[in-house]
Design a protein around this ligand. Structure first.
Ligand code: HEM
Length: 175
């Protein structure tokens, strides 16, 4: 069944996907989910791991295990928020990416692919794959992937707004 992004009601075009409140809520959900997940991973790898080095090793390991177990629940909620809002944003902007040509498709394609790889890494660690790897290895892997995804999102936004600007200039010369 084709997904209809618009329908007619009493002569008016209804575009549920384009609802302004929904757009803001979804953008907010995407940004907040990324901040909480990436912020937490940064805190654990850059402050908690080095900051607890002077503790007794057994106490340190059990403290880190307790904190990361609790934080993993938060991360899965954030992954849910990122997927729902990300798919919505993608559907909303799909036509713009198409109009942007190869750069739009390449940027969104690579961003989503790396985001899925990041989710796969989170899943792999949670089911115990690569148990012999250190916590630092997993944290650094997640942090670097997240950093690239955020960089691609920033570049994509820049090109998209630039494209929009060119489009407005073409139809409203002198603007
Ligand atoms: C299935 C996964 C995901 C999908 C489908 C997705 C999709 C999108 C789309 C379509 C945009 C709008 C880009 C634009 O302005 O043209 C976006 C923005 C963004 N994404 Fe994602 N994304 C996903 C996962 C992630 C992850 C894992 C992160 C962070 C690690 C992330 C961080 C961001 C950020 C920071 C923005 C910029 C938001 C803004 O400028 O308003 N995304 N994403």
């Amino acid at each position: 069944m084709a997904l209809r992004s618009q329908f007619y009601f009493r002569g008016a075009i209804i575009r549920p996907m384009h609802n302004l409140v929904l757009q803001i809520v979804m953008r907010y959900l995407h940004i907040v989910s990324a901040i909480i997940a990436v912020g937490g991973v940064s805190f654990i790898s850059l402050a908690l791991l080095p900051g607890t080095k002077m503790l007794d090793e057994q106490l340190r390991q059990s403290t880190l295990a307790l904190i990361t177990r609790r934080f993993n629940i938060v991360v899965w909620w954030c992954v849910g928020g990122l997927v729902v809002s990300g798919v919505y944003n993608w559907m909303l902007l799909a036509q713009t990416y198409k109009d942007m040509g190869p750069i739009g498709n390449a940027l969104i394609g690579t961003k989503v692919l790396l985001a899925l790889l990041l989710f796969a890494v989170i899943w792999a660690q949670s089911v115990g794959i690569g148990k012999n790897k250190s916590p630092k290895f997993w944290l650094m892997m997640k942090l670097h992937l997240a950093a690239i995804v955020i960089l691609l999102a920033s570049i994509l936004r820049y090109y998209r707004l630039e494209h929009l600007h060119d489009h407005v200039k073409a139809i409203l010369p002198g603007s």
